[in-house]
Design a protein around this ligand. Sequence first.
Ligand code: ADP
Ligand code: MG
Length: 493
Amino acid sequence: MQRGECHRNKLVLQRFMEFEAVIGLEIHVQLSTKSKAFSADSTEYGGMPNTQVSPISLGHPGTLPRHNQKAVEQAIKMGLALHCDIRRVNHYSRKNYFYADLPKGYQITQFDTPICNNGFVKIKTSAGTKNIGLIRIHMEEDTGKSMHDQDLHDSLLDFNRAGTPLIEVVTLPEITNGDEAYAFVSEVRRLVRYLDICDGNMEEGSLRCDANVSIRPVGTTEFGTKVEVKNMNSISNVKRAIDFEIQRQTELILSGGLVVGETRGFNGLQGTTFSMRKKEMINDYRYFPEPDLPPMHVTDEFLESVRAGMPELPETLYERFTKSYQLSEYDAGVLTDDKATALYFEELAKISGNYKASANWVSVNIRGYLNENGIELSQFPLSHSKIAELIVQVEKGVLSHSAAAQKLFPAMVENPDESAAGLIEKLGLAQNTDGDFIENLVNEVLAKYPEKVAEYKSGKSGLLGLFVGEVMKASKGKAEPKKTNEILLQKLG
Ligand code: ADP
Ligand code: MG
């Protein structure tokens, strides 16, 4: 690189550093209720098109919507998990716009009285932990789906999804880069899964994230013009879209241009965003109070019953795993990543009584097996009590940890009904603790390395590992390590 060019690159980099990004996220969470938000229609995914549509979902004249209490309960659960204030008197509004997949011509949503306000989500990135504040969480209903690839000439419509309950989580503009956005969406997804209110599947659209991105000169407080990016179907694409958008806006301003307020889509193949519609084309929704639904009251009793039904959340589990069980932060993080893993671990630890070993078996061996085979924990063939048997056998010194991991564990997975003890016997995995057997091998090894023995005796105590290793090798892995150590130390004086 020429000197001049290098200098110019430095200048460009410096000028990039003069800007910072301001990001707010809007996350739609499709609730996992059996029936729709305002009717008894099923919300089942994947049904034959237009088989889950009553006149209420289609908004036919004379039909009346009714609240789905389960959807309200799930919205409150999310609010409690995110430390929000829960509104007691909730109104619904009509958001009017015309679109083919919106059968009623309006969407029922909460406009000026969202069920939750304030609150925050704690995120962890390599830069540390940070709380991202929330503006609101409101309830609304989903639209139907347009399908443009099913027919040569026409777009087809499936209204099965229309009326499915959603909550929308809206953050303050407190996110500053793609990594934080990644951590935020990951945490929201983890929580909705723990709360069992949504499967969190971004590919199928149960969880959807729009990112509002603007930049401003470092040190200023006024916000720049924001661009809203849509259509990211994975968490890593949320990060990629934001990173791209920050770079695009910075380059645009550095080259003398202006950011225009618009909605942009994300192209996952190219990792770029593209303009979809400009701000001035954005609808005037003519919100007005929904006349067919009475205000929904959250009573003290209802709120308390929802609170009482909350599961333990990952933060609480993490506390217990690190403080009471003395696990490392890394182990506790891995084990609380999803609820099934955390519950499996706790059950196992209770039965085996060995927290550290239980953590290792779950986070290393079992998870490794699940990854290799592309299955979920719920499909794993071995119960907690089987893994506990294995841990106890290793603890008692019946077999070495490596024999347990490499031979016994795979054999147990293949034969989930057999006992650990039975398989150890059958496969000849037991260690030899017999003193004479080990002593003979120790004698052989020490006779084979007289110079090393001399070195050891003159102070090189690190050589002990070499002798242990040789005895192990000679025993084909069967010599019990503790006993081997004992005998070696005794012989070496
Ligand atoms: P709109 O009415 O255009 O939807 P809102 O004020 O409701 O805008 O905010 C929507 C989201 O955009 C929120 O998450 C908010 O934090 C974020 N946001 C607002 N202004 C900006 C900005 N200048 N830059 C980035 N994000 C912003
Ligand atoms: Mg918006």
